[in-house]
Design a protein around this ligand. Structure first.
Ligand code: PLP
Length: 404
């Protein structure tokens, strides 16, 4: 049996007629830049995420860059980001000649550790970028309240978390000052190429970002501020408008897949009976934990990725790939260990949880259209590996991150 990490075709085929029609409509109009689908898509995102404003942009990376530009980040300013995320979160900071300052992450959610955020604040700190990694909200109440106390702006990196709700049901992207989302094809809401969006409830920031999307131009050929070309393609907006109404059902299917994994890993004796992150002698796979599961709203976790942790990660990776199962490591190298950031002279020992996660985590297939048989095959394959390879229970030799 073959189980790819992601297969985009079934989702396209399920909406083929509507999507083809939307694409054809844009092609017929030849209205490729700022066409009517762009404004309509933004309105639909506003009402879906319950935010006042949004601006469609070229990618999730540009969403982050635009947010920092709109907040007037200057060379030498410090921006605090988790060391464990996709590169864009830190890359945009350095591109503005500002200084990325890294925090360690929480051992259960892999999201920014609020205490480490507070520790890293200096008089130069202007912005904090919590990432809602894998499809679960960062600890926003603590982060926002610390940020307010120090007059720091909050830019949410929700690239993997569109539609995610926090604690009382607030949508991520509307909690901080600016929210940033990506429609890269592998995200829960994926375009047919690159696209992204910024969201905000602040009218001034909205106006600034909208102007900056078009080179800071207003009126035409008069430039008040320096922006860039950050426009979303009309074609992408048209495709995304067809997909948006289905997003919640796809995310629900990912949650169902996650619950089936949990059940099967427990039944196979590979995970603790609570299914989650508790550690005991027999525990050989640590499963992801949805920390807001009991909050009563539906999108507590949208599982953009399903991450397990195992001691012999690299051997397992080879083994399951040999068995035709797709998997990947998100992420093998935290920012503080990246060559391009060596000039920051980070202290490796400052990031024990991220260093462990980089060594032992592995993403297995979770996309909505997976069949139950495929999920069972993945668990059976991992069980087969454990039988052959795992002589000892899992334990982190560096810190207590496995003991939560
Ligand atoms: C995908 C991603 C981005 C970048 O989005 P692009 O659309 O690929 O530019 C930024 N941050 C995180 C956490 C991501 O997963």
């Amino acid at each position: 049996m073959k189980v790819p990490l992601l297969d985009l075709k079934p989702q396209y085929l399920s909406l083929k007629n509507e999507i083809d029609e939307a694409v054809q409509r844009v092609v017929d109009s030849q209205y490729f830049i700022n066409g009517p689908d762009v404004a309509k898509f933004e309105e639909e995102i506003n009402s879906y995420l319950k935010v006042k404003y949004s601006v469609g942009v070229t990618s999730g990376t540009d969403a982050l860059l635009l947010a920092l530009m709109a907040l007037n980040i200057k060379p030498g300013d410090e921006v605090i980001v988790p060391t464990y995320s996709f590169f864009a979160t830190a890359g945009v900071v350095a591109r503005l000649n500002a200084i990325p300052v890294f925090t360690d992450v929480d051992p259960v959610t892999f999201n920014m550790d609020p205490k480490d955020f507070e520790r890293k604040i200096t008089s130069k700190t202007k912005v904090v970028i919590p990432v809602h990694l894998y499809g679960q909200s960062a600890e926003m109440d603590e982060i926002v309240s610390i940020a307010k106390k120090h007059n720091i702006k909050v830019v949410e990196d929700g690239a993997q978390a569109i539609g995610v709700q926090y604690k009382d049901g607030r949508f991520v992207g509307g909690i901080g000052d600016i929210g940033c989302f990506s429609f890269f094809p592998s995200k829960n809401l994926g375009g047919f190429g690159d696209a992204g969006i910024v969201t905000t409830n602040d009218e001034e920031l909205y106006k600034t970002m909208k102007m900056m999307r078009m080179h800071g131009m207003e009126p035409k050929y008069y430039h008040k501020i320096i922006g860039g070309n950050f426009r979303i393609d009309t074609l992408q907006a048209a495709v995304l408008r067809v997909k948006l109404p289905h997003l919640d059902s796809w995310s629900a299917k990912r949650r169902e897949n996650a619950e089936l994994y949990t059940k099967l890993f427990i039944e196979a004796g590979l995970a603790a009976a609570d299914g989650m992150t508790s550690f005991d002698e027999k525990n050989k796979v640590l499963l992801p934990k949805a920390v807001y599961k009991e909050t009563g709203h539906k999108n507590y976790h949208i599982y953009n990725q399903y991450i397990i942790r195992v001691e012999k990660r690299n051997s397992l990776l080879d083994y399951i790939r040999k068995n035709d199962i797709g998997c990947d490591i998100y992420y093998p190298v935290p920012f503080h260990r990246q060559e391009c950031f060596s000039y920051l002279n980070c202290n490796d020992e400052d990031y024990p949880v991220s260093n462990c996660a980089a060594n032992d985590s592995i993403a297995i297939p979770i996309y909505p259209e997976l069949s139950n048989e495929q999920i069972k095959f993945v668990v059976d394959t991992i069980a087969g590996f454990m039988k052959e390879e795992m002589k000892y229970p899992m334990e982190c030799k560096h810190c207590d991150c496995m003991k939560n």
